[in-house]
Design a protein around this ligand. Structure first.
Ligand SMILES: C[S@@+](CC[C@H](N)C(=O)[O-])C[C@H]1O[C@@H](n2cnc3c(N)ncnc32)[C@H](O)[C@@H]1O
Length: 323
C-alpha cells in the first residue's frame, strides 16, 4: 500500500463536496438493488449517495489510487462495509476489470468516474498538490508510485519539460517557464516552484489564475499518467456494464473531457469512415447511446457554494444491447 499516510495527517477542517451530485445520480438512473462501481472514491461523497439511492440492497465497489482516501472512507462508511454493501479497492482505476473480477462484481448497472484531485489531497500540504500551501514536490495519487513532480522539475531536460507544460498544461509560456526553471533548479517545495513560475512569466499581470496553475496541472497529469489511465479505463467500464447500464464521467479540464467525448462519440457511431479509401468506410453496430449531447455543468448556485464545480463537465452514456 505504499507509504503510510495516517488519517491524522489530513487537515482537520478539510472536506470534499461532491460535484454535480443529483445530476450524476439521475444520469446513472440509480435504482434500489443496483450494482455500481465508483472508480474515484475520494472523500466518499458520491459513494455514499450511490449507496443511499441503491438502498436497501444495492452494492458499490469503490476504487481509489490514494490509500489515504481508502482508509478515510473505510471509516466514514464502515456501516456499509459491515452490511456487505460496500467493497473498497486500493489501486489505479486502470485495473478496473481486475478489481471487478477479484470481487466477482459484474455485470454492473453503473460506473462513475469523477476525475482529478480531491479537496483532501489539495489541502494536505505534504502531498504537494497545491501551491496555496507549501509542501514537497510530490503530487502522486499513490505514494507507492516512483515518479514525483520533483523528478520532472529537477531532472528532465528543458525541452521535455517545456513540452509537457505546453501539452498537459496548455500553457502558452511553456518555453519561457521551462528555461527559467532549468536555470534556477533544484526546487524542493511547491511554494518555491510557484514563486519561480511567477517570476518566469513576469508576475501575475492581473490574471485571476495564478501563473503556476497550468504548470502544476501539467506536472500532476504526468506524475499520475492521468490521460493514459482514462483511455484505458473507458473500454473496461463499457465491458463491465449490463446492456442498459450507464457510465458517468465528470472531468475538470479540456484534455480529459476531449478524451471522454471522443471515445463516447466513437462508440456511438454506426458508420466509421475510412480515410484511406475515396468512398470508404463501414457500418457497425454502436455500443453506446450518448445521453448528454452537451456536457452537464454546475449552475450558479452550485458554483457559489462549491467553486471547484466551476470547471466540472459531466457526460453520460448508456450501453446498448449487443444483439
Ligand atoms: C475528484 S476526487 C473524487 C471525489 C469523490 N467523487 C467524492 O465525492 O468525494 C478524485 C479521486 O480520484 C482518485 N484518482 C484519480 N486518478 C485515479 C486513478 N487513475 N485511479 C484511481 N483513483 C484515481 C484521486 O486519488 C481522488 O481521490
Amino acid at each position: 500500500m505504499g507509504d503510510r499516510l495516517p488519517i491524522a495527517d489530513d487537515p482537520a477542517d478539510a472536506s470534499h463536496t461532491p460535484v454535480l451530485l443529483t445530476q450524476t445520480l439521475d444520469g446513472l438512473a440509480v435504482r434500489p438493488g443496483a450494482w455500481l462501481i465508483d472508480c474515484t472514491v475520494g472523500g466518499g461523497g458520491h459513494t455514499e449517495a450511490l449507496l443511499s439511492r441503491s438502498a436497501p440492497d444495492g452494492r458499490v465497489l469503490g476504487i481509489d489510487a490514494d490509500p489515504a482516501a481508502i482508509r478515510r472512507v473505510s471509516l466514514r462508511l464502515a456501516d456499509a462495509i459491515a452490511a456487505r454493501r460496500l467493497i473498497l479497492f486500493h489501486g489505479d482505476f486502470a485495473r478496473l476489470e481486475e478489481a471487478a473480477a477479484a470481487y466477482v462484481f459484474a455485470p454492473v448497472d453503473g460506473v462513475l468516474l469523477d476525475l482529478g484531485v480531491s479537496s483532501f489531497q489539495l489541502q494536505t500540504s505534504e502531498r504537494g498538490f497545491s501551491f496555496m500551501q507549501s509542501g514537497p514536490l510530490d503530487m502522486r495519487f499513490d505514494p507507492a508510485q516512483p515518479l514525483r513532480a520533483a523528478d520532472i522539475v529537477n531532472d528532465w531536460d528543458e525541452r521535455d519539460l517545456a513540452d509537457v507544460i505546453f501539452r498537459y498544461g496548455e500553457e502558452p509560456q511553456s518555453r519561457r517557464i521551462a528555461r527559467y526553471l532549468v536555470q534556477h533548479r533544484p526546487f524542493t517545495t511547491t511554494a518555491q516552484l510557484a514563486d519561480a513560475i511567477e517570476r518566469a512569466v513576469g508576475g501575475r499581470r492581473g490574471s485571476r489564475l495564478h501563473p503556476a496553475t497550468r504548470t502544476f496541472q501539467a506536472l500532476r497529469i504526468v506524475v499520475n499518467a492521468e490521460l493514459a489511465q482514462i483511455e484505458v479505463v473507458l473500454p473496461q467500464a463499457l465491458r463491465l456494464l449490463k446492456p442498459g447500464g450507464r457510465l458517468a464521467v465528470i472531468s475538470f479540464h479540456s484534455l480529459e473531457d476531449r478524451i471522454v467525448k471522443q471515445w463516447m462519440q466513437d462508440e456511438a457511431r454506426d458508420y466509421v469512415p475510412d480515410p484511406t479509401r475515396l468512398h470508404g468506410g463501414y457500418n457497425r453496430r454502436p455500443t453506446l447511446r450518448i445521453l448528454t449531447k452537451k456536457p452537464i455543468v454546475a449552475d450558479a448556485t452550485e458554483v457559489n457554494r462549491n467553486p471547484r464545480s466551476r470547471s466540472a463537465k459531466l457526460r453520460i452514456a448508456e450501453k446498448l444491447p449487443t444483439i
